[in-house]
Ligand binder design. Sequence first.
Ligand code: B12
Ligand code: SF4
Ligand code: SF4
Length: 235
Amino acid sequence: MPRRRPTQLAQRIISRARLCGVTLAGIAPADALRQSPSHRQGEAADLPPEARSVLVLALAHPAAEPALDWWDQRPGHTPGNRALIRAAGELAAWMEAELHIPARDVPYGIDTGGVFLKDAAALAGLGVIGRNNLLVTPAFGPRVRLRALLLEADLPAAPPLDFHPCEGCPAPCRRACPRQAFGTGAYRRPPCRREMDANEANPYRIQDVSSLTYSIVCVKYCRACELACPVAAGR
Ligand code: B12
Ligand code: SF4
Ligand code: SF4
């Protein structure tokens, strides 16, 4: 294979990610993630030393397709996350075979070796952290879900994003919260967690599209702070 400049290589990887079905992709240096606000808190395991770059994948979860987000007991848990896992697997295989870059899909949970995906996505230039405490992207607002791959290759950092959606916004995201999780200003986890517990206590039964004979039980977790954000809400 002829040697490519890192920028060309990064563009090629991002284009391939879109072919694998993700909506957005971006690359951040692993060292920047090691130093990010959430990773500095020390709740997560250190990134493995061989990781040099982080490829972040985002899948749009528009309000018109709520089922992408419904949580069930099957592997991957939501249709959107299963699509992201599939895309990450295909990309890792392609990178190893075509580019000879070792790539590792990162688990979702922080306690199982995952990374802080919003930090990674902000550093990869996909969006900014909004006043709803979520990644807000220019093209899909906060209505995206994330996954990451660790790459053993140095790739160029994304340029800083000139995007300031919360400036001057009256923050409908914060007023929409049914538990006043933003009552003191910053996001607080305990009230939000109480809402998630209430959602789990009220599961829904839906038809399994892959088999007309079974129905599955799923949880529709609260998305009020996400759906209330006007950024790209028409998509
Ligand atoms: C644990 C978890 C939860 C817990 C606790 C959430 C929390 N924030 O504490 C519970 C169950 C309550 C929860 C709720 C929700 N979650 Co959640 N959650 C996670 C998980 C697994 C880890 C997040 C975490 O622990 N963060 C650490 C805490 C301490 O930090 P934090 O509150 O996020 O705030 C940090 C950042 O904002 C960062 N930061 C702030 N400014 C800046 C600027 C820059 C430049 C950088 C780099 C960083 C940065 O610093 C802060 C302090 O560390 C991630 C997946 C993952 N592996 O990352 C999904 C994740 C964050 N959740 C997600 C979502 C969508 C939700 C919900 C809407 C529920 C739902 N329907 O899915 C709500 C939204 C709540 C909210 N407004 O924040 C998405 C976010 C997508 C997006 N657009 O941002 C993620 C990424 C999962 C996914 N499928 O993609 N979640
Ligand atoms: S509703 Fe406004 S303040 Fe809230 S995240 Fe969206 S742009 Fe920012
Ligand atoms: S997910 Fe629901 S409960 Fe949690 S902060 Fe957002 S609006 Fe509030």
